[in-house]
Design a protein around this ligand. Structure first.
Ligand SMILES: *Cc1c(COP(=O)(O)O)cnc(C)c1O
Length: 396
C-alpha cells in the first residue's frame, strides 16, 4: 500500500470517491485508467504460461479497468474482494448459485426485489433449494425460522418499494450462530450511506445500475465479500464465466466520482418532497425510512448515514376498486416524472407498485402505492408536477 492510499483511508467520503481505484502514475499521469478491451493476454514464455505466474492471464479474470473499479468498491465496502457482473440481478443470483446446494434452505426477506423472488421460486427451487420468506421486521424472531439445513439468510434494507427496515446487525449475529451466510442487497443506501460488512453481513450486493451509474445508461452489478467468503465468491465468478464488460466498468468508476454529491442532492430533494407529501390530504402515508413517522425509522437513524432518493407514498383512495384508475390518472398526468423501471439516474421517475407477490408484507388497504425516484431537477418543478397528478387522480 502506498503512502497516498494509506492517507485516503482516513479521508472524507467525497475525497475517497474522487481518488479511489485510481493510480495515474501507472498510466503516464493520465487521470483515468485506460479501458482495456481484451480476451487474450500474452505470456512471455511457456513456463510463465504453464504456471500463470503473471498478474493478468485472461480477461474473464480481470483487467486493469475492472481491477480499478473492484479496488474502489472494496475500499468503499471494506471488503476482501469484489466481482463485477452484468446486472444487479446477477449480483444476487450469482452468490446464491455459489453458496447454495441441493438440500439447503434459504431465508429470504419478504420485501425483497421482485426478480430475486422470481429466481428463488423458479431456478433455486428447481435446483433443490428450499426457500422461505420472512418478515423484514422480524429482528430476533429469525432464530425460530432457522432450520438445520438453513444455509443462507438474504436481507435487503430498506425493502424494495415499501422500504421496511431490517435490524441487519441482529439478524447477522443470529444467522452466524447457526453457521449461515448472510447476504445483503444494499442498492438503496450504496456503501456511502451503509456498509453491510461493518454490520456482520458476509456478502454485500449492489445494482451499480442505480446510483454508481447515475445516468440511466449502464447495467452492472457488484458483489463484495469478507475475507472468509471471498475465495468461494471469486471461484463462482470464474466457474460461471460471468463478468463485467470493460466500457461498463469504466463508466461505473466514472459515476463513482460524483456519486457522493449526487446522493446528497437526491437525499435532500427526496426528503423535502416526502415531508411535503406527508402533510397532504391526498396522501394516506409516506413510506420513507428517514421520516420519524415511519416504522423502522429508529433502525435507519441508528445504522444508516443517509437516505437516497427513492421512496413511496400511499395515495388516499376510499374504495379498492378505484385504486388502479386513480393511480393511473396520477401517473398519466405527470410530465417531468417519467414512467419507467429502475432508478438512481439523474431524472425523476414514478410507477404504480405491484405488491401481489408479497406473502407477509401485503399491500396497504388505504390506497395504491406510488413509488417516486426523485432526480436532480428543481424541487418546485417536481412539486408542481406531482400536484398535476393529484388533481387528475381526484377527478377520477
Ligand atoms: C434494480 C435492482 C436490482 C437489479 O438491478 P439490474 O441492474 O436492473 O438488474 C437488484 N436489487 C435491487 C434492490 C434493485 O433495486
Amino acid at each position: 500500500m502506498t503512502e497516498k492510499e494509506f492517507s485516503l483511508q482516513s479521508a472524507g467520503i467525497n475525497t475517497r470517491l474522487t481518488h479511489i481505484g485510481n493510480s495515474p502514475s501507472e498510466y503516464h499521469g493520465f487521470v483515468n485508467p485506460p479501458v482495456v478491451h481484451a480476451s487474450t493476454v500474452l505470456f512471455k514464455d511457456a513456463r510463465t504460461m504453464e504456471t500463470r505466474a503473471q498478474k493478468y492471464t485472461y480477461a474473464t479474470r480481470g483487467t486493469p479497468t475492472t481491477d480499478a473499479l473492484c479496488e474502489a468498491i472494496d475500499e468503499l465496502e471494506g471488503s476482501a474482494g469484489t466481482i463485477l457482473v452484468p446486472t444487479g440481478l446477477a449480483a444476487v443470483t450469482i452468490p446464491f448459485l455459489g453458496f447454495l446446494s441441493a438440500g439447503d434452505h434459504a431465508l429470504i426477506v419478504d420485501s425483497v426485489y421482485a426478480p430475486t423472488r422470481h429466481f428463488c421460486d423458479t431456478m433455486l427451487r428447481r435446483l433443490g433449494v428450499e426457500v422461505d420468506y420472512y418478515d423484514p421486521m422480524i429482528g430476533a424472531g429469525i432464530d425460530a425460522l432457522i432450520k438445520p439445513n438453513t444455509k443462507l439468510v438474504h436481507t435487503e434494507a430498506p425493502g424494495s418499494n415499501t422500504f421496511e427496515m431490517q435490524d441487519i446487525g441482529q439478524i447477522s449475529a443470529i444467522a452466524h450462530r447457526y453457521g449461515c451466510i448472510v447476504t445483503m442487497d444494499n442498492t438503496w443506501a450504496t456503501p456511502v450511506y451503509f456498509r453491510p460488512l461493518d454490520h456482520g453481513v458476509d456478502i454485500s450486493i449492489h445494482a451499480a445500475t442505480k446510483y454508481p451509474s447515475g445516468h440511466s445508461d449502464i447495467l452492472m452489478g457488484t458483489v463484495s465479500a469478507n475475507a472468509e467468503h471471498w475465495p468461494r465468491l471469486k471461484e463462482t465468478n470464474i466457474t460461471l464465466g460471468i463478468c463485467g464488460a470493460p466500457d461498463d466498468a469504466y463508466q461505473i468508476l466514472r459515476g463513482l466520482r460524483t456519486m457522493g454529491v449526487r446522493l446528497d442532492r437526491h437525499q435532500e430533494s427526496a426528503l423535502l418532497i416526502a415531508e411535503w407529501l406527508e402533510g397532504r390530504q391526498d396522501v394516506a402515508k409516506v413510506l420513507h425510512p428517514a421520516l420519524p413517522s415511519f416504522p423502522g425509522h429508529e433502525i435507519w437513524k441508528r445504522d444508516f448515514k443517509g437516505a437516497s432518493g427513492i421512496f413511496s407514498f400511499v395515495l388516499a383512495v376510499d374504495a379498492p376498486e378505484k385504486f388502479k384508475a386513480k393511480a393511473h390518472a396520477f401517473l398519466d398526468a405527470l410530465s417531468i416524472f417519467g414512467l419507467g423501471y429502475s432508478w438512481g439516474g439523474f431524472e425523476s421517475l414514478a410507477l404504480h407498485v405491484n405488491l401481489n407477490d408479497r406473502r407477509i408484507c401485503k399491500a396497504p388497504a388505504e390506497g395504491p402505492v406510488i413509488r417516486l425516484q426523485i432526480g436532480l431537477e428543481d424541487i418546485a418543478d417536481l412539486k408542481a408536477d406531482i400536484e398535476r397528478g393529484f388533481a387528475a387522480a381526484a377527478a377520477v
